[in-house]
Design a protein around this ligand. Structure first.
Ligand SMILES: O=C(O)C/C=C/C(=O)C(=O)O
Length: 263
């Protein structure tokens, strides 16, 4: 059973997760001591800590929008986290594994908003605000030991958000379902799925995100990126790998993982 954590305890939990993210030292799960609302409060504290270091929010990400991810992690409720400019890597850019705990990568679909969306917005306004779509890669990294967590644990840990890469933007097409998605390591498929694996159609994640924005009271400013969640299970990153995701009709996005360096 969860207990109610006071403000100081919530801040302490956020500081532990933030330090794990900065040092690459995994921490123990909070387990039963957290409920979901407290977990989102810890996530907000984490965002404050990052803002105080000069990071800028660039968007939102959804998690557990596909069966493959739910089955992989044993969690079956949709979650939302935040993205910042410090997490962004340009298409074809490189990622150092230094300071990460146990990073994995997932192929995703990204949306970009032309106008601000918030708790008062309607589904129609949200859809009309999506100006572009792109293939994307998300690097996730749980700050918990052994990449194991409960639903509140992973929410508190900002849904394992670590880095993201956006491929070529293109105008939103209404037909996003049923497109093949392939995650490659050095040109060889490591995971395969379809855009339909993301809630049946990635566009169907938007009303769910709107509902989360109303429940937790956040707005998503114009220009924000939205990651709709992985189409396949996540795959562990390996030093020196060239990782790419191909999404049928939307193109390719890639990331170079730096080779290990013993300096
Ligand atoms: O698997 C995790 O650590 C939590 C993150 C989930 C996603 O980002 C997703 O399902 O796309």
């Amino acid at each position: 059973m969860s207990t109610t954590l006071n403000e100081a305890q919530l801040e302490h939990a956020a500081a532990s997760l933030d330090s794990a993210q900065l040092t690459g030292q995994a921490i123990e799960q909070f387990g039963d001591s957290l409920d979901l609302d407290q977990a989102y409060s810890i996530q907000n504290e984490l965002l404050e800590l990052r803002r105080n270091r000069g990071e800028r929010t660039t968007g939102r990400k959804l998690g557990f929008t596909s069966e493959a991810k739910m089955a992989q992690m044993g969690v079956s409720e949709l979650i939302v986290g935040f993205l910042t400019d410090a997490m962004e890597i340009s298409d074809g850019g490189s990622l150092s594994l230094k300071g990460l705990v146990h990073p994995r990568v997932e192929p995703e679909i990204a949306f970009r908003l032309s106008t601000s969306i918030g708790p008062e917005s309607t589904e129609e306004q949200f859809l009309a605000a999506v100006e572009a779509v792109a293939p994307a890669l998300e690097v996730i990294d749980s700050r918990y030991q052994n990449f194991r967590f409960s639903l509140p644990d992973v929410v508190a840990d900002n849904t394992s958000a670590c880095r993201y890469v956006i491929g070529p933007w293109q105008p939103l097409t209404p037909k996003l379902a049923n497109r093949a998605v392939v995650l490659n390591f050095d040109g060889t498929p490591a995971a395969e799925g379809s855009t339909s694996d993301i809630l049946g159609d990635p566009l169907l994640t938007l009303p769910r995100l709107l509902a989360m924005s109303a429940k937790y009271g956040f707005t998503i400013p114009a220009g924000s990126v939205i990651l709709a969640g992985a189409a396949t299970a996540a795959v562990a990153l390996t030093p020196g790998a060239l990782v790419s995701a191909d999404v049928e009709g939307l193109g390719t996005v890639s990331l170079n993982v730096e080779a290990e360096n013993n300096d």
